[in-house]
Design a protein around this ligand. Sequence first.
Ligand code: A3D
Length: 321
Amino acid sequence: MARKKIALIGGGQIGGVLAQLIAQKQLGDVVLFDIVEDLPQGKTLDIAEASRVDGFDVSVTGTNNYKDIEGADFVIITAGLPRKPGMSRDDLLVTNAKIMKTVAENVKQYAPNSTVLVISNPLDAMVTLCQKVTGFPHNRVLGQAGVLDSSRFATFIAWELGVSVKDVNAMVMGGHGDTMVPIVRYANVNGIPAMELLERKYNDKAKAKEVMDAMVNRTKMAGGEVVKLLKTGSAFYSPASSAIAMTEAILFDEKRILPTCAYLNGEFGIKGYYVGVPAVLGSNGVERVLEFALDGEEKAALDNSVKAVQGLVADMERLGF
Ligand code: A3D
């Protein structure tokens, strides 16, 4: 079987880590595209020169010419500006929508059969625009946000309970913004409800709730916490790892259930929008959205998050995108 061709559009912080991870895991041949001259060529040369040490044998090349992504099976888009301290993801809308439009036109032209994973912010709006411009079926255009937000939530729970993060399951739904919805009810440690373990730890229900609320808030603000520390950009190691988990699920037809920014057609009472929900990822991209019953509070929080996404999409349309 021929190796897969994976095009990375955007050779900045996330794009560079993606290229390295894909090479190390030998997921396919990498073409890293950026508009900045020499940057993708430099990064990929550096990565390729580690191939002997790391023991990988795939091609990793950089380019400023879209023609080089021709025939790509899988495309990951990180092109666009990241946040600076004090900025919200939504502040990036106009700049990144212009970039996404050009990127998506080229993906449509050169990689018409690809599955496209978007990471650029504001995420839900950028996925929406990417699908609109490419005209690809909704199952082949998806976004990464929930895998990262959920990993952040799980990490905080593991730290708090003093258990291995490998045994923590926690999911965040909704749009990738301050309104995201960590699902506390189903957060668990190897099946044991995280809330119950917290209540036992503190022997106090109110205190346990207070601690969980703090973790939920930290999860919602986790991107900003990193931005504030880095000062020059936003998180890039964890977003890249999260996108790789989704890429592997699709390339290897794993049918993994990952929180995905997916197009909804009535699921969870939402129609016609891209929002973060649990989905089955396999060789057909987003193969299925897994619906489950939300309680009143969760549904209200999800509806509130969807409203924020709808607002962003409406702003984008008003701006002519
Ligand atoms: P950065 O290191 O600035 O890389 C972005 C790259 O895009 C730069 O190398 C630019 O030269 C390039 N670029 C700009 N315009 C174009 C264009 N027209 N065509 C192709 N490339 C272009 O940012 P980053 O890698 O840290 O972040 C990339 C994006 O991901 C930003 O929008 C972030 O906000 C977003 N992000 C999303 C998440 C999610 O979980 C959704 C997490 C972290 C960052």
